[in-house]
Ligand binder design. Structure first.
Ligand code: RP5
Length: 162
């Protein structure tokens, strides 16, 4: 099981590290790269070429501002691409969100929320889980844990305002 994560700048790293951690918890091999579509397009193409050949199942691409990266990655592969808009500009990530989500027909990018690295990881795991039963089972167990935590929180709220 292999996922690639590529970001436009090392300034994006704090928003992406949680995704790396989640994927590793599920036993996924994660190739992490910093390759801007604008500043390092030759290196980026070489990396996508590698991913096309080495069994990578999902690519997560994170970028801020003009955020061409996820779309440029998607243009060079049919591996599913998940885009993560990153905040930090004067437009606080809305610029990146609009850029990443507005792909032309035929070249999709599955776009998560601004700084949504965690959901990018969970979506990647769900895609991988179609083929890998052990990942699907672990995701289902995680859903049960979340429900239990939510119901405990509900009990605490009820007790507090009795
Ligand atoms: C984008 O420009 C990067 O993904 C980053 O979010 C933003 C700013 O990059 P730096 O100037 O911090 O390198 O391409």
């Amino acid at each position: 099981m292999r996922v690639a994560i590529v970001m436009g700048s090392t300034s994006d790293l704090p928003k992406i590290e949680p995704a790396v951690e989640i994927l590793k918890e599920y036993g996924v091999t994660v190739d992490v790269r910093c390759l801007s579509a604008h500043r390092a397009h030759v290196g980026l193409s070489a990396f996508i070429d590698e991913a096309n050949k080495n069994g990578t199942e999902v690519i997560i691409a994170a970028a801020g501002m003009a955020a061409a990266l996820p779309g440029v990655v998607a243009s060079q592969t049919v591996i599913p691409v998940i885009g993560v808009p990153i905040s930090g500009s004067v437009l606080d990530g809305v610029d990146a969100l609009m850029s990443i989500v507005q792909m032309p027909p035929g070249i999709p990018v599955a776009t998560v929320a601004i700084n949504g690295g965690k959901n990018a990881a969970y979506l990647a795991l769900q895609i991988i889980g179609v083929k890998h039963g052990e990942v699907r089972e672990k995701l289902l167990a995680h859903r049960v844990e979340m429900e239990e935590a939510a119901m405990t929180a509900n009990e605490e709220v009820i007790a507090k305002f009795k």
